[in-house]
Design a protein around this ligand. Sequence first.
Ligand SMILES: *[C@@H]1O[C@H](CO)[C@@H](O)[C@H](O)[C@H]1NC(C)=O
Ligand SMILES: *[C@@H]1O[C@H](CO)[C@@H](O)[C@H](O)[C@H]1NC(C)=O
Ligand SMILES: *[C@@H]1O[C@H](CO)[C@@H](O)[C@H](O)[C@H]1NC(C)=O
Length: 309
Amino acid sequence: MRALVPLLSLFLLGGQAQHGSDWTYSEGALDEAHWPKYYPHCGGQRQSPIDLQRTKVRYNPALKGLNLTGYESQVGEFLMVNNGHTVQISLPDTMRITDANGTVYIAQQMHFHWGGASSDISGSEHTVDGIRHVIEIHIVHYNSKYQSYETAKDAEDGLAVLAAFVEVKDYPENTYYSSFISHLADIKYPGQSTTLTGLDIQDMLPKNLQYYYSYQGSLTTPPCTENVHWFVLADFVKLSRTQVWKLENSLLDHHNKTIQNDYRRTQPLNHRVVESNFVYLPNQGEGHWHPGRDQSARMHPSSTCHLAP
Ligand SMILES: *[C@@H]1O[C@H](CO)[C@@H](O)[C@H](O)[C@H]1NC(C)=O
Ligand SMILES: *[C@@H]1O[C@H](CO)[C@@H](O)[C@H](O)[C@H]1NC(C)=O
Ligand SMILES: *[C@@H]1O[C@H](CO)[C@@H](O)[C@H](O)[C@H]1NC(C)=O
């Protein structure tokens, strides 16, 4: 009889795990420190996010720019849900990335990680030289050699995530985000969904889509599967303070608590190398990056990456 109790709780936990709402970042028995206990991959050696240390990133001239297709403005019906951890938008399979090796990845969904638990708390997952940015956008894709996301999500070369950081200053409203942000009010409670009638992901991304960091890592939420090819864009999305505040204060989790600080702490790099297709020149001050010599011919003059304000 005694054995039944732990067995039963294990069973219940398993059921909850499938529901995907049991884990948390910082509260309760399944906070991020305890993820590995129930989701063993979370304790692996190739986890994400990581700190991108710019002086240690290896410039790889063979890494061409990503070819994004189907990212432009489109009409249709796109589901947007509060899943209790973040807001997630379902993406059409016409959105694709072709990487430097010709591998094609098909978009599945996009979601966000943010801070906000007190004013001026940033919530990106990756950090750059230890600096956490305000928000991080993840566009999750699966390798087109698989039939579906469901098949790819367990395959060794299954997934790719295109990530971008949001920067906030005294910027005006970014109107490419207006519809998305106004729909947050429709999905206050977990499980609620709404529909976006148009989507313009390209304009929701940074202007410069050419430069990125690339490394092999994992999903940043349970089950933390180590099959993600990360492409982290170097340029930033710019949002107004009001827009950031709305994302940080609109959604509730399964305990009716505002979803805030929904980011995982950075993980050890271990033996991995982060590559980039641009050169970081620390001596020229913050934000001065240079295309590699091999790429300069393909550069449009106005896209020279100068990210300082
Ligand atoms: C980008 O990919 C699309 C679809 O695969 C292809 O038609 C197009 O030629 C590619 N563009 C470049 C610049 O490689
Ligand atoms: C391309 O393939 C090479 C060799 O398999 C690999 O080392 C590299 O990481 C790949 N690059 C991309 C962008 O997939
Ligand atoms: C959350 O709030 C809603 C509306 O007030 C209520 O119906 C629901 O039971 C609450 N859920 C929890 C877990 O407290």
